[in-house]
Design a protein. Structure first.
Length: 509
C-alpha cells in the first residue's frame, strides 16, 4: 500500500477514534448528570421529610410547653384562691375577735365601775367599823396600830429566840458529829484499818525444837530478828508456830519471808539474819514494784511515775476492814471509768484519780495528816494533773471538790468500800447488827413486823394502818433513823422504809 493511502487511513481512524471518544465522554457526562440529579432529588426528599419531622416536633414541644404553662397557671390560680380563702377566714376570725374584745372591754368597764362602787362602799363600812371599834375599845386607830405592832414584834422576837436555840442545838449536834468523825479518822489511821488478821502473821515451824534455835543463846537471835525487821516475834503462844506482830504490813512480810528462809536453811545467827533480811527486803521491793505495775495495767492507767508505782505496790500488803487496799484501788479505778463514761466526764483522769485515791495510805503511818491530803501532796510532787490531785485530796471531803471527776472518784470509792462483802465483818457482829436493827424498829408503837434486808443496809417496817396514818409513818421513819444513828455503829448508810397498807375487802354473795 502506498504511503499516502496509509496516511489517509490513519487520519480517518484518528478522526473516528476522536469521534467515538467524544461520544463516549458525552455518554458518561450524561450518566453523571442523571446520577447527580437523582442524588439531589433524594437529598431534597430527605430534607423535606426532616423538615416535616422538625416542624412536628416543634409543634409537640410548643403544645407541651403550652400545657405546662396552663397547668402552672391553674396551680397558681388554685393557690391564690386558697390563700384568698385563708385570708378571708383570718379576716373573719379577726373581726370576731375584735367584736369579742369590744364586748369584753365593755363588760370590763362595767365591772370596773361596779368594783369602784364596791370599794367606796367597803371604805365607808371600814370607816364605820373603825369608829365602832374605837368606841367599843376606847382606843384610837393609832393606839390600836401601835398595840398590834408591839404584839407582832413580841411574837417575832419569841420566834427568833426559838430559832436561835434550834441553831445552837444543831451546832452542838454537828460539833459532836464532827468530833466523832475526827476521832474515827484518827482511829482508822492508827489501828482501825488493821484487824487482828491484818496485824499478825503466823509462820509455821517444822518442830518445837526450832523455837530454841530462833531464840538463840540468851535471846540474841530473836533480838537480831526484831531489830532487823522492826517486828515483834511471839514464840510461846502457838505450838510449832511463831507469830509476827506489827502494824507495818511490809515489815511484817519481810520478817515472814526472812524467818521462813532461815528455818528452811537451818543456819540461824545474827550475821545470817541480817543478810537474809536484807535480801528479803530487796525481793519485797521487786514484788511491790511488779504489783504496782500490774495494778496500773489492770486499771488502764499508763505513764505513772516510778515512785508512784512503788508506793502503789506497797498497798499490796495493806488492808482496810479486811479489804485489800490495792485491789480496792483497782476496783475504784474501774468503777470511776464506768461512771465517767456514763455521765460524760473525763475517763482517763477519773481512772487515774480512782487508782491513786488511797496512795497516801502507803505512808500515812509515817507522815502526819489524813491519807487523802497526804496522797494529794504525793501526786502533786510527782507531776500528776491538778484535777487528779484534787480527786485524791477531796475523796473524803477534807478539801473542796473542784471537778466532776472528783465527785466520780468519791462515789466509786464509796461503792467499792460499801458494797456487800467488800469489807470483812465477823458473823457474830453481823447477826447482832441485824437483830439490833429489828429490835429498834419493833420498839416503836404501831409496828407490826420488820425485816432487815440487803445485808443490813435496809430495814423495811410494816405498820398497822388502823393505828398510824401517813404523817405518822413519815415521823416513824425519821424516829427510827435517829435511833439507829444514836445506838448502832455501821459502815455506809442504812435505808429505812416504812410501809403502810390499807386493804378494803368485801364479798359478793
Amino acid at each position: 500500500m502506498p504511503d499516502s493511502t496509509v496516511v489517509v487511513v490513519a487520519g480517518a481512524a484518528l478522526i473516528i477514534g476522536i469521534a467515538i471518544g467524544y461520544l463516549f465522554r458525552r455518554f458518561l457526562a450524561a450518566g453523571s448528570v442523571k446520577h447527580a440529579e437523582g442524588y439531589a432529588e433524594r437529598l431534597m426528599a430527605e430534607a423535606r421529610a426532616k423538615q416535616k419531622e422538625i416542624v412536628l416536633e416543634g409543634k409537640d414541644d410548643a403544645l407541651k410547653a403550652q400545657r405546662a404553662a396552663e397547668e402552672d397557671a391553674r396551680e397558681k390560680r388554685a393557690d391564690l384562691q386558697r390563700q384568698e380563702r385563708l385570708l378571708l377566714d383570718r379576716a373573719e376570725g379577726l373581726d370576731r375577735k375584735v367584736e369579742s374584745l369590744e364586748r369584753r372591754e365593755v363588760a370590763f368597764e362595767e365591772r370596773q365601775r361596779d368594783v369602784e362602787a364596791e370599794k367606796a362602799r367597803l371604805a365607808e363600812l371600814q370607816q364605820q367599823q373603825i369608829l365602832e371599834l374605837e368606841r367599843v375599845s376606847g382606843l384610837t386607830a393609832s393606839e390600836a396600830r401601835q398595840s398590834l405592832i408591839q404584839l407582832i414584834v413580841d411574837e417575832a422576837q419569841a420566834e427568833a429566840h426559838q430559832k436561835v436555840r434550834e441553831i445552837e442545838r444543831n451546832a452542838v449536834e454537828e460539833g459532836e458529829e464532827h468530833a466523832r468523825r475526827v476521832l474515827t479518822t484518827v482511829m482508822q489511821r492508827i489501828a482501825a484499818d488493821h484487824t487482828s488478821e491484818a496485824t499478825v502473821t503466823v509462820v509455821p515451824l517444822p518442830s518445837e525444837e526450832m523455837k530454841g534455835r530462833i531464840i538463840g543463846r540468851e535471846g540474841r537471835n530473836i533480838r537480831a530478828l526484831e531489830q532487823a525487821t522492826g517486828v515483834d516475834l511471839i514464840i510461846d503462844d502457838t505450838p510449832e508456830a511463831v507469830v509476827l506482830s506489827g502494824f507495818d504490813p511490809v515489815r511484817r512480810e519481810v520478817a515472814r519471808m526472812a524467818l521462813t528462809k532461815l528455818v528452811s536453811d537451818g543456819r540461824i545467827h545474827p550475821g545470817r539474819i541480817e543478810e537474809t533480811v536484807a535480801k528479803c527486803r530487796a525481793e519485797i521491793e521487786v514484788v511491790m514494784r511488779q504489783a504496782g505495775e500490774q495494778a496500773a495495767y489492770d486499771a488502764g492507767v499508763p505513764g505513772l511515775h516510778p515512785e508512784l508505782i512503788k508506793l502503789l505496790g506497797r498497798l499490796k500488803y495493806r488492808t482496810s476492814y479486811g479489804q485489800n487496799v490495792l485491789n480496792h484501788c483497782v476496783e475504784t479505778a474501774r468503777l470511776s471509768g464506768l461512771l465517767a463514761a456514763e455521765i460524760g466526764a473525763n475517763i482517763p483522769e477519773s481512772k487515774k484519780g480512782g487508782l491513786l485515791h488511797d496512795i497516801g495510805k502507803a505512808i500515812d503511818h509515817e507522815v502526819d495528816g489524813p491519807h487523802a491530803l497526804i496522797g494529794g501532796e504525793i501526786a502533786k510532787r510527782y507531776g500528776v494533773n491538778p484535777v487528779v490531785c484534787n480527786c485524791i485530796a477531796a475523796h473524803h471531803q477534807e478539801v473542796e471538790q473542784e471537778s466532776t471527776e472528783a465527785t466520780v472518784v468519791q462515789i466509786a470509792d464509796a461503792i467499792s468500800a460499801s458494797r456487800p462483802g467488800a469489807r470483812g465483818e465477823s458473823l457474830d457482829n453481823y447477826v447482832k447488827r441485824l437483830d439490833d436493827l429489828q429490835q429498834i424498829a419493833l420498839a416503836f408503837p404501831g409496828v407490826e413486823r420488820c425485816y432487815a434486808i440487803q445485808a443490813g443496809r435496809e430495814i423495811r417496817i410494816l405498820v398497822r394502818p388502823e393505828e398510824m396514818d401517813d404523817m405518822a409513818s413519815s415521823r416513824l421513819a425519821r424516829d427510827v433513823v435517829k435511833k439507829i444513828e444514836e445506838q448502832l455503829q455501821y459502815p455506809g448508810q442504812i435505808k429505812v422504809t416504812v410501809i403502810r397498807e390499807t386493804r378494803a375487802v368485801d364479798y359478793a354473795r
